[in-house]
Design a protein around this ligand. Structure first.
Ligand SMILES: Cc1ncc(COP(=O)(O)O)c(C=O)c1O
Length: 358
């Protein structure tokens, strides 16, 4: 009874979410530190009676807070039930069924799944070997008739950041609606002074995705938001999203987490430090690891290693350590490793040393 395109597709493959608390989870890029204590305190104060009535339909208190945080207007924000909801809304709102969707290859594996649901062909533009976007990225998408495109920066799964000049050029040259997926932006080194939100005032075709899952340690809550010119926010806010897409608990706790910038920034700083240290340690063991501005590293298994990346994944799992492997030609010899606590990273390195890479 499914539509033909739904029957033909296989759906998104999640990273494993184990039941056991003893497993070291470095497979789905969660923040290894707990959310702000303000979140725990407010959660304890939530009464069941609060849930009797519907939540504020447009999450306006959150939108106002975000407007202040990013120095934009309430009309530039849409709060969503996790960044994934925004991705789905972009297809529903801006891409006619059958019209082409564009993305870099590789990137977030949910994009092509959403395109399949929309019955849209996917135009994949291969990244350069250093994970950068090809110079003619937008032109090629335009030539293929692409009307909606996503770029992810910092890039998943390499962690490479697209700099502001390139972002501006890509957005200005692309003729459709373009998303900059910034699910991992909080982990970018502040010394780079990277801030794509100012592009929202300059371009009428740009949507930026932000997530509270990683930066604010709230993957289980499901909260994120879009930043975009008001004319792109409005149809999603008033027409295509579910009427009460953000539940009361999410709205309340997301606001607390966002208000505690100092706490969140402290976790980002710790992740950055661990990222630097872990990368150095992996490189010293022969892995090829490009610099990352995200909370994960993409580690190419050393040539001399007698295990393939898939075998290493399976062996690490026996040591109760989960990492991620993608079975595609460009990624099959690599593991994506989320940055854990210092202790978790040390346990990963110890396990690798026990397994022996030669
Ligand atoms: C590149 C990218 N974009 C968006 C998301 C969506 O995040 P969430 O729905 O948890 O906010 C993820 C989650 O893993 C991601 O990796």
């Amino acid at each position: 009874m499914e539509r033909d395109n739904i029957q033909a597709m296989s759906g998104y493959t999640w990273g494993e979410q184990p039941d056991s608390k003893t497993v070291i989870k470095l497979n789905t890029n969660e923040n290894p530190y707990p959310p702000s204590p303000r979140v725990a305190k407010t959660l304890a104060e939530i009464s069941a009676d609060m849930l009797r009535v519907y939540p504020p339909p447009q999450a306006d208190e959150l939108r106002d807070f975000l407007a202040g945080l990013h120095n934009l207007d309430r009309e530039n924000f849409l709060v969503v039930n996790g960044g994934d909801e925004l991705l789905r809304l972009l297809f529903t709102t801006f891409l006619n069924a059958g019209e082409a969707f564009g993305m870099s290859e590789p990137s977030y594996s949910l994009y092509p799944v959403l395109a399949q649901i929309n019955d849209s062909p996917v135009v994949r533009i291969n990244l350069e070997t250093d994970w950068s976007l090809p110079r003619d990225f937008s032109q090629r998408l335009n030539n293929e008739g692409v009307k909606l495109a996503c770029i992810v920066s910092p890039h998943a799964p390499s962690g490479s950041l697209v700099n502001m000049d390139i972002l501006s050029r890509v957005v200005s040259e692309f003729k459709g609606v373009i998303l900059i997926d910034e699910a991992y932006i909080d982990f970018v080194d502040p010394a780079l002074r990277h801030d794509s939100t100012r592009l929202v005032k300059a371009f009428d075709n740009l949507v930026i995705l932000r997530s509270l899952s990683k930066g604010y340690s709230l993957a289980g809550l499901r909260a994120g938001y879009a930043i975009a010119p008001a004319h792109l926010i409005k149809p999603m806010l008033t027409k295509t999203r579910d009427s009460y897409n953000i539940n009361t608990i999410s709205q309340t706790l997301a606001l607390e987490a966002l208000k505690d910038q100092e706490y969140a920034q402290n976790t980002w700083q710790k992740v950055r430090q661990s990222r630097r240290a872990l990368r150095k340690q992996l490189i010293s063991r022969g892995f090829v690891v490009p610099p990352s501005q995200a909370n994960f590293l993409l580690a190419e298994v050393p040539d001399k290693c007698e295990h393939s990346a898939a075998q290493l994944l399976a062996t690490l799992r026996k040591h109760k350590i989960l990492v991620r492997h993608f079975d595609t030609p460009v990624l099959e010899d690599k593991l994506r490793i989320s940055i854990g606590t210092e202790e978790q990273n040390a346990m990963l390195l110890r396990a690798l040393d026990q397994i022996g890479l030669t």
